[in-house]
Design a protein around this ligand. Structure first.
Ligand code: AMP
Ligand code: MG
Length: 193
């Protein structure tokens, strides 16, 4: 199992979709937020996915645990790539995407962090108006990315995961980032061969 993270606007979904077309084995792509959202709607907690981060931390943790259990079940049968966030910026502070009990259930082989410069991320956010995203400054984006690296270390502490950082810059191009991810996915799939 591989976890892929990156703050909104970094290009994570784009890189992921392209990489999954090139892997040796077929991966099932699971958006962690989708599974949490299904559970949240079932329990009548929210109507829109962007409301989830405003729920109390305890309620969000309950959703994370349920999602993790569902995903582990799927991962018994096929390689899984989880599209998610290392930390979530909530109105009361940064929430860990994978608290201890949750990362222990998932026990990923790799935690991938997609990064770009704050100005690249701001530019990409401005071009994507579909989502109800909070407005952040370049300083806030930089801090969020710093925190995500720190969070990844804590996840590695509670699992067997290795951490991989992939840069997605305008000049270097998407192609290089995609092939770096393909390489990681091909390594991770060994256990299913
Ligand atoms: P996304 O579509 O990836 O931007 O995720 C939508 C929402 O799902 C986020 O704003 C969070 O509220 C929630 N979410 C996704 N992954 C996690 C996670 N690991 N822990 C808590 N909430 C998450
Ligand atoms: Mg996304």
């Amino acid at each position: 199992m591989v976890i892929i993270t990156g703050i909104p606007g970094v290009g994570k979904s784009t890189i992921t979709k392209l990489a999954l077309k090139q892997t040796r084995a077929k991966f099932r792509l699971i958006n962690f937020g989708d599974i949490m959202f299904e559970e949240a709607v079932k329990s009548g907690l929210v109507k829109h996915r962007d409301e989830m981060r405003k729920l109390s931390p305890e309620v969000q943790k309950g959703l994370q645990l349920k999602a993790a259990e569902k995903i582990v079940e799927i991962a018994r049968k096929e390689p899984v790539l989880i599209d998610t966030h290392a930390t979530i910026r909530t109105p009361v502070g940064y929430l860990l995407g994978f608290p201890k009990e949750v990362i222990e259930i998932i026990n990923p082989n790799f935690i991938v962090i997609i990064e770009a410069t704050p100005s690249e991320i701001l530019g990409r956010r401005l071009r994507d108006l579909k989502r109800d995203r909070d407005v952040e400054t370049e300083e806030q984006i930089e801090r969020h990315q710093d925190l995500n690296r720190a969070a990844a270390i804590s996840y590695a502490m509670h699992s067997n995961a290795l951490i991989k950082i992939i840069e997605n810059h305008e000049d270097k191009g998407l192609k290089e980032a995609v092939s770096e991810l393909v390489e990681i996915l091909d390594m991770a799939v060994g256990e299913y061969d």
